[in-house]
Every structure is written in structure tokens, then in C-alpha cells.
Design a protein around this ligand. Structure first.
Ligand code: ATP
Ligand code: F6P
Ligand code: MG
Length: 529
């Protein structure tokens, strides 16, 4: 890839495959670069009409000794957090959130001794987004801005409770909604949001049932929630409030927010939900409504940009391992056994890659980001023959979005407009059976599809902690006066990010990353091309 000073717009099109991906102008500079760099692997064999467009504008002049300064200024502008102050002339008030009273009592900091006021996060606190200095563009996973891979500091806003808040807790009505598919940990986040709101002194908290649908479906009344209601909900999977896809009309939703008198809206969901939340935030601003819209990213797929991981991912990987272990035992115990496990991951193979790595029982891991052939001398089927000959059994893990170019397109979409994928698991199962029959070698194929089992379960310990911190920080962000933001963990630190920056494109496995290389080392699989 040639180094470019700035990319205005990139489009990748492959009608037979993933549809059209447009990386709009507001998307992050580095994610555009990343996508351009990956465009080399994007075209697949059956994709006849790949178009890779990149409109490059010479915005950064690397000969300018101050280019880094300009880059950083641009970065700072993009990651600046929208605040209610931008629109309203409002004065902050001392926080009612106490760091020292164990939560049972609300402490007004107006009268608190000075030492009790320490421990709050300052609005100017920042966390570093990129912590590796790459010495060369060919270093594994390198994300370089200039040809020398110079070190450029990229700071994002630190999450946490502020000393000053922009709402009177006594008057606040807070709403919570969970959208998209299920994800382990939704109840943990709901619980922590409610606990933290009550610690601030909020008395009116409601849940909007069944995702965005609950805003306009008259048959779905809002659900009053309190500490008592949510006390034990983390013990079960799912969402106390229910979830749904589709049906989001932003104007209707904002009408509903206005009618209900909601001042703070906490929205839990994936990339689609975040796009909706950003539109709700913008519409509230347009209507001059003093509403704080704060998201918590929810996706087992881990496909949200910039974050170490999203809650639910860890649990999904742990559950997926159980399926892999069963597939391994079945395959290992059968004569010429082949275990096949299909895992979720629409456009990102993180679950499949991590489950393969953690189980240590996978011989072949197939993910959407890496093209592969089933047939031919270097195809998956020939490799399985080799494994049967040498090991006597084999285990394959495939992500649901992998190998879609091998399947017929239905052009169907779900209620939210997401493409309905072909079933790659069933297809590979049939192809393996047919192949071994054709070559006259007996095989015993055992197919496991644990799809919903890996996301309908309770969060594990690590996710439960992540959910706790994210939920608490969502409330701190709303009281701090931010809106149109989401909370995340970056390099182990908790941060607030503007919504458009995290959904500019789906986060995907980098084929050049150390993690994918580790997965290949672990499975021992060749390139299937
Ligand atoms: N661009 C958009 N603008 C407004 N609303 C959207 C947009 N995309 C999706 N939505 C709405 O957001 C909600 C959730 O979207 P979606 O079903 O795609 O799940 P998601 O949030 O991406 O989560 P998951 O990870 O489970 O796919 C739906 O109600 C959908 O209508
Ligand atoms: O069957 P549903 O509810 O549409 O969910 C399936 C989708 O959910 C996801 O896990 C995202 O949450 C995708 O990987 C998968 O395609
Ligand atoms: Mg989605």
C-alpha cells in the first residue's frame, strides 16, 4: 500500500459477497487506512465485480514539520465528546455521588470535607489509544500514519465520576433499553446502571421493553425499575427488558422520549443500535431537548472498533469451547472422525479465532476475514484427508460469516437490514461427507451448531466485572453532561468515545495480526488458497 496523507472516502463493493461497504467521511482516519490496507485480501475467487475505490485527498503534508501537530488536532476534534453545554447554557452543580460512603447514604459534596472530594476523574484526564510504536509498516499488525511509522500520540477521554454534574438527580427520569441480539452480561449492565443512578439520588428509572420497538408499540408499557427489581437479575442470562431487531423510526422514538420526559437514556446494543442512538442524540439536539444519550456496546462478536473487547465476548468464547471440546471427543472417539463446530460472527471471526486458540483442539479455523478454498490441492478438504491419514481425526471451527462466497446468495435481510447469511456450517458438513465418499475413504462427520447457547447464558466472572464498570461509567458519563457517547475499555483503561468513531466500520480480525498468526501456529493449518 502506498502511504497516503488522507483518505476521504473508500468504497468496497462485491455484490456476490458482502454487499457494499462504504467508509464515510466521518470515519476514523486509521480505520480507513486499515481497510485500504486490507483491500488486498478482500476480493475473493467467486467475487467477479470487486470495486475498490479510494478518494485520496492530500490533507496531510508530511514535509510539513508540523504535520503531527495537525494530525493530533484533527484527532482531538474527532474524539471530542459532545456535551450538553454545546447546546444549552447550563451550569454544573456539585456531584451527589459519594466515593466514600459505601453507597448507603447520598453525600452532598457541598458540605463534604476537601479530602472526600478527591478520587474523581477530571474532564481533562486522557488515556492513550495506541500503545505500540511500530518501527516499520511491515511489523505485524502495524497501523502507520506516515511512511516512517512515526509515533503519534492519540489520547481519548477517561471515563469515571466527575466532581461536577449537569443534572439534578431528584428531577431526573432515566430510561434503559436493550437492542439487537442477546449477549451475556446485559442484565449485569442494567443492574449496575440502576444501582449507580440510585446512588446519585435518581428516583425515576424505567425500562423500555423489547428494544427500540418499546418506544412506539402502544401495547408495551415502560417498566419501572429499582434496586429491588434488579438485585438478582445478573444470575440469569438474557435481558430483563427483552430485545428486538428492526422498527426504529428515530422521530417516533424521540417523540416518545419527549412524551415520557426522559432526561437520560442508556442504550445497550451493537453497531446498529449505536447508529440508532447517534441519530436519537442528533434529533434531541435538533429539538433542543436536554437529554443525555449514552451507549454501552453489546456484542458477542466483538466487532466494535477501538475497544480491547466488548462485554459478552469472553463468555461466548468460554461457552464455544464446550462445543469444541464435545466435537473433539466425538471426532477422537470415532473411526476417521471429523468434528465441525459453527460459531457466531457475522463479519468478524473473533469468537472462532479465540475459541480455537483457547481450546487448543482445533485443526482448521475458518473466519470471514480470511478467504479459503474447499477444493483443489490446497483446499480444506485435501487438508482434512491429510489429517485423517496422519492423526486419525480432525476438528474444524467455522465462523458463520466465513466462506459466504461459496454459498448462494438469498439477498434476504433481517428486520434491522442485516444480510441473512447462508449456512456455511451445513454446507461444509455436506461437502466433507461427499468428498470422503467420493475418494472412498470412510469418515464420520459430527456437526455441532451451538449458536444461541453461547449467547443466551449468564456472564462469566471476567465479563461480569467488565459489565459492572461499563454500567457505572455510563451513568457517570450522563451525569457529566455528555451525550452521543459510548463507554469502552481501551488498553485496560475505561474511556468515553463519540459514537461515530466506534461504528465507522465493523471491527475485524487483522490477517496480519499477531493473534491470527498465533491461531495459525496453534492449528497448524496451511493457507487454503
Ligand atoms: N443505521 C441505523 N439507524 C437507526 N437505527 C438503526 C440503524 N441500524 C440499525 N438500527 C436499529 O438498531 C436496532 C438494533 O440493530 P441490529 O439488529 O442491527 O443489532 P445490533 O445493535 O447491531 O446488535 P447485534 O450485535 O446483535 O447485531 C434495531 O432496532 C435497528 O432497527
Ligand atoms: O438470530 P439473531 O437474533 O438475528 O442473531 C444472530 C446474529 O447475532 C450476532 O451474534 C450478533 O449479535 C451475529 O453474529 C449473528 O449473525
Ligand atoms: Mg450488528
Amino acid at each position: 500500500m502506498a502511504f497516503v496523507s488522507s483518505i476521504k472516502n473508500i468504497g468496497l463493493a462485491c455484490p456476490e459477497q458482502n454487499g457494499f461497504h462504504s467508509i464515510a467521511d466521518h470515519s476514523s482516519f486509521s480505520s480507513k487506512l486499515l481497510i485500504l490496507r486490507r483491500s488486498g485480501w478482500f476480493p475473493r475467487k467467486k467475487c467477479s465485480s470487486v470495486v475498490v475505490k479510494a478518494a485520496i485527498a492530500p490533507e496531510i503534508d508530511f514535509s510539513d514539520p508540523d504535520w503531527k501537530k495537525h494530525f493530533q488536532e484533527d484527532f482531538e476534534n474527532r474524539f471530542n465528546l459532545p456535551h450538553l453545554r454545546d447546546v444549552f447554557d447550563i451550569k454544573p452543580r456539585p456531584t451527589t455521588f459519594s466515593l466514600h460512603n459505601g453507597g448507603s447514604q447520598i453525600l452532598s459534596n457541598i458540605d463534604a470535607p476537601e479530602d472526600r472530594k478527591s478520587g474523581y476523574v477530571n474532564d481533562d484526564d486522557r488515556a492513550l489509544l495506541k500503545v505500540i510504536k511500530y518501527s516499520s509498516p511491515t511489523s505485524a499488525g502495524a497501523e502507520c500514519i506516515d511512511p516512517d511509522c512515526s509515533w503519534v500520540e492519540q489520547w481519548v477521554h477517561r471515563a469515571g465520576p466527575r466532581k461536577q454534574i449537569y443534572f439534578d438527580p431528584e428531577k431526573v427520569k432515566a430510561g434503559l433499553v436493550t437492542c439487537g441480539g442477546l449477549c451475556p452480561g446485559l442484565n449485569d449492565v442494567i443492574r449496575q446502571i440502576v444501582f449507580t443512578l440510585e446512588l446519585y439520588g435518581v428516583k425515576r428509572i424505567v425500562g423500555i421493553p423489547f428494544g427500540y420497538r418499546g418506544f412506539f408499540d402502544q401495547g408495551l408499557p415502560e417498566i419501572p425499575i429499582s434496586r429491588q427489581v434488579v438485585q438478582n437479575i445478573n444470575l440469569a442470562g438474557g435481558s430483563l427488558l427483552g430485545v428486538s431487531r428492526g422498527g426504529a423510526n428515530v422521530c417516533d422514538i424521540v417523540d416518545s422520549i419527549q412524551t415520557r420526559g426522559i432526561d437520560m437514556l442508556f442504550i445497550l446494543g451493537g453497531n446498529g443500535t449505536h447508529a440508532g442512538a447517534n441519530a436519537i442524540h442528533n434529533e434531541c439536539r435538533k429539538r433542543k431537548m436536554k437529554v443525555s444519550v449514552v451507549c454501552v456496546p453489546k456484542t458477542i462478536d466483538n466487532d466494535i472498533l477501538l475497544m480491547d473487547k466488548t462485554f459478552g465476548f469472553d463468555t461466548a468464547v468460554e461457552e464455544a469451547q464446550r462445543a469444541i471440546n464435545s466435537a473433539y471427543i466425538e471426532a477422537h472417539s470415532a473411526y476417521h472422525g471429523i468434528g465441525l463446530v459453527k460459531l457466531m460472527g457475522r463479519s468478524s471471526g473473533f469468537i472462532a479465532m479465540h475459541a480455537s486458540l483457547s481450546s487448543g483442539q482445533i485443526d482448521v479455523c475458518l473466519i470471514p476475514e480470511i478467504p479459503f478454498n474447499l477444493d483443489g490441492p490446497y483446499g480444506v478438504l485435501r487438508h482434512l484427508e491429510h489429517l485423517i491419514q496422519t492423526k486419525g481425526s480432525a476438528v474444524v471451527c467455522v465462523a458463520e460469516g466465513a466462506g459466504q462466497d461459496l454459498l448462494e446468495k438469498s439477498n434476504a435481510t433481517d428486520a434491522s437490514g442485516n444480510v441473512v447469511l447462508g449456512d456455511i456450517g451445513v454446507y461444509i458438513q455436506q461437502r466433507i461427507k461427499r468428498h470422503f465418499k467420493e475418494i472412498g475413504v470412510p469418515s464420520d462427520v459430527k456437526y455441532i451448531d451451538p449458536t444461541y447457547m453461547i449467547r443466551a447464558c449468564r456472564a462469566n466472572a471476567s465479563d461480569a466485572i467488565l459489565c459492572t464498570v461499563l454500567g457505572q461509567n455510563a451513568v457517570h458519563g450522563a451525569f457529566a453532561g455528555y451525550s452521543g457517547i459510548t463507554v469502552g475499555i481501551c488498553n485496560t483503561h475505561y474511556v468515553y468515545l463519540p459514537i461515530p468513531e466506534v461504528i465507522a466500520s465493523p471491527r475485524t480480525v487483522d490477517p496480519n495480526s499477531r493473534m491470527w498468526h498465533r491461531c495459525l501456529t496453534s492449528t497448524g493449518q496451511p493457507d487454503f488458497l
